[in-house]
Design a protein around this ligand. Structure first.
Ligand code: ATP
Length: 352
């Protein structure tokens, strides 16, 4: 049996539907991310699980028990919000101690727990500081410790990293995952950042306008997107319109390209089927313009991004984006004529 289940949970406000019936099942210790653009319903779903918002329909179950009517305080869930939500007039230690006090944990036991939690978040030497004496990242660590202090059955994290700057964000992301694994806490994590979702999750639920468009492992979501929305929202994808011109051989013709190209996955589709063809930047190879089997193009833009350089190549009416590692991009200055190729297995296609 799954640990936390969301069964046909929906939410309608007077004039709009925030959530159509949603089903999700988290295994014990699993971290699932709700990923999607602003307004797709991530926070609404999280708040329903937490008990802060009543659903219009459906149930939330924990270990099989229906929690839908239970108030938030009795759900055994820990929550961390986007904005640092520590009590400003309490020290870091007292913030973390708060939940224990409310639950009547005795002093000695709570002291031991505090020691362990502060060690876990690496802030043992800052326990006496007040929130305004801590950086944003440190405050979020304390908020995480506070949420974990009550040994919650479920951890709910609503964009906990979005107010932090890039480096702190990456460090804390890894730290949250480490702590979550160490404690084995079933976790729902909300973000609109696809890279964050791929990096931290066991599974990702990509949400679109109040529905789950796809639920899968990060690899599923990135390598086998189920819909054009998922393919375009997660990662960078070159997206081309194409039509099947020879189903037996798996040949498709991309709009504006003279020669058909081979895409193994196109074989099951009938002649004339319209497709969207997705090519990830890292799947494209650049070589000599006249290399057999390649499409001829011209480098039209270059962006140096540190460990890689992102090149745009104009092929017919399309711009294809490709990433080259390290110094490899040096051989392709702006205006260079190139041949672009890719493995027929690397192309993802979806019928439209
Ligand atoms: P963001 O990433 O911007 O926080 P989100 O995916 O978390 O977005 P929600 O906050 O869950 O989105 O909102 C989902 C939809 O429900 C939106 O269209 C929003 O306007 C609507 N909504 C949320 N709360 C209310 C409310 N109290 N009354 C009416 N509509 C609401």
């Amino acid at each position: 049996m799954s640990h936390l289940t969301v069964e046909n949970v929906s939410k309608t406000y007077a004039s709009n539907t925030a959530l159509y019936p949603i089903n999700l099942a988290l295994e014990q210790g699993e971290l699932i991310t709700l990923l999607g653009p602003s307004g797709c319903g991530k926070t609404t779903l999280l708040r329903i699980v937490a008990g802060f918002t009543a659903p219009s329909g459906g149930q939330v179950r924990l270990g099989g028990r229906d929690l839908t009517q239970l108030p938030a305080a009795r759900r055994q869930m820990g929550m961390v919000f986007q904005a640092y939500s520590l009590f400003p007039n309490l020290s870091a230690e007292d913030n973390v101690r708060f939940g224990l006090k409310v639950r009547g944990v005795d002093k000695a036991a709570s002291q031991q727990k505090l020691n362990r939690l502060f060690e876990m978040i690496g802030l043992s030497d800052m326990r006496q500081r007040f929130p305004h004496q801590l950086s944003g990242g440190q405050q979020q660590r304390v908020a995480l410790a506070r949420a974990l202090a009550i040994e919650p059955q479920v951890l709910l994290l609503d964009e906990p990293l979005s107010a932090l700057d890039a480096q702190v964000r990456l460090n804390l992301r890894d730290e949250i995952r480490r702590v979550q694994r160490e404690t084995g806490t079933t976790t729902l994590f909300v973000t609109h950042d696809q890279e964050e979702a791929l990096a931290i999750s066991d599974r990702v639920a990509v949400m679109q306008q109040g529905r789950v468009a796809q639920l899968g492992t990060p690899e599923d979501i990135y390598c086998r997107p189920a819909t054009p929305f998922v393919a375009e929202f997660v990662g960078t994808a070159n997206c081309l319109d194409a039509v099947v011109t020879d189903p037996l051989r798996g040949l498709i013709t991309v709009e504006g390209w003279a020669a058909p190209i081979l895409v193994d996955a196109a074989r099951p589709y009938p002649l004339g089927q319209r497709l969207k063809l997705y090519l990830r930047p890292e799947e494209l190879r650049l070589g000599a313009e006249d290399a057999p089997g390649s499409l001829s193009g011209e480098v039209s833009d270059r962006r140096f991004l540190g460990s890689l350089t992102r090149l745009s190549v104009r092929v017919g009416p399309h711009i294809l984006v490709t990433d080259l590692q390290g110094s490899a991009a040096g051989g392709f200055p702006l205006g260079t004529r190139v041949g672009v190729s890719f493995s027929p297995l690397a192309a993802q296609i979806l019928a439209v």
